[in-house]
Design a protein around this ligand. Structure first.
Ligand code: BDR
Ligand code: CA
Length: 319
């Protein structure tokens, strides 16, 4: 039996790749997608998601618009430098038909799916955690209906990317992250420590461009993303943050250091706002699980740097 997955995301270049990866993965069944403000406004992210679903021939999956603002704080500017003004690399893609958006708002879709797939629904969170925090606050009984939550976000021992201390998804809504990471459901955190080295390169994109429509789409939207990352990495390449988290969810990517840790989110107004303070002090004795841990944190992978090859293989085989 395939596993039902709800994706909560801010599509977004790497979100789009993650969605295509999941749609190409027979292990899982994407049963709904909710969007949140982050890389672009939540509504634009939902329209971007529709473009991805049209490409995949999966317009049957409901897409619901979620929070346009953080849970409590003032919003940060959208990440247009990273993902382009339209969130998809400003590649001139045709816009989607807004009438295809689900009539339900994100919280309603999360609630409906959690009841339909009670105890089995897995959530993959690829953006700010606003929708999930609002859903938990609205109905704490949601928590036991969810099998687990896999979050692309945070930085354990690595630097942040939105600020020196904070990773973008957490930085967009630290108060929401604090709620979600300690809501009581099983949480897996896939932080920058493991996502930054998983690079789609120009060689990968050349292979994708030679493949079918899906491969060409990924190569096209990755162009802008590589421009952004070139000065950071010293070469044109694109870290696959969100697709890596998706692959941890499917089990294709296996973390080698994966302890249950206490993780606190810094919600103050100083320079560490949005930091995920992970208690990694156990590293000198093999990173054992902590009795008061609230998140299982991927600190290292069994095959570091190998994911992009597997990703390209899966996407290039598709139409
Ligand atoms: C995360 O932030 C967003 O820009 C990406 O889509 C990814 O989810 C990386 O920090
Ligand atoms: Ca994202």
């Amino acid at each position: 039996m395939t596993v039902p997955v709800l994706v909560d995301c801010d599509t977004g270049i790497d979100d789009a790749v993650a969605l295509l990866y999941l749609l190409a993965s027979p292990e899982v069944d994407v049963v709904g997608i909710t969007t949140v403000s982050g890389n672009a406004p939540a509504r634009s992210c939902a329209l971007n998601t529709l473009r991805v679903l049209a490409l995949a021939g999966r317009e049957d999956i409901p897409v619901a618009v979620g929070a346009e603002r953080p849970f409590l704080a003032e919003p940060l500017p959208h990440s247009s430098a990273v993902h382009g003004g339209d969130g998809m690399g400003d590649a001139g893609l045709a816009s989607a038909d807004p009438s295809l958006l689900d009539e339900r708002r994100a919280l309603r879709l999360i609630d409906d799916l959690s009841r339909e797939h009670e105890g089995r629904l897995r959530i993959l969170a690829l953006g700010a955690l606003t929708n999930l925090a609002l859903a938990v606050r609205a109905d704490p009984a949601l928590v036991p209906r969810i099998a687990d939550v896999v979050v692309m976000g945070g930085a354990a021992d690595a630097p942040g990317n939105r600020t020196p201390a904070a990773e973008a998804n957490i930085a967009h809504d630290p108060e929401a992250a604090a709620v979600v990471l300690s809501a009581g459901w099983p949480v897996t955190l896939v932080p920058l420590d493991v996502t930054m080295p998983e690079l789609l390169t120009e060689e990968h994109c050349a292979r994708l461009a030679e493949a079918g429509e899906v491969g060409r789409f990924v190569a096209t939207i990755s162009d802008h993303y590589m421009d952004f990352y070139a000065p950071i990495l010293g070469r044109r390449a694109a870290p696959q943050h969100d697709a890596l988290a998706a692959a941890v969810l499917t089990g294709e990517v296996v973390p080698s250091v994966f302890p249950l840790l206490r993780v606190e989110v810094e919600c103050g107004s100083g320079p560490a706002r949005g930091a995920t303070v992970c208690d990694t002090r156990g590293r000198y004795r093999g990173s054992p699980d902590q009795a008061d841990g609230n998140c299982r944190v991927a600190l290292a992978l069994e095959r570091p740097g190998a994911f992009a090859d597997a990703l390209v293989e899966r996407l290039a085989a598709w139409r």
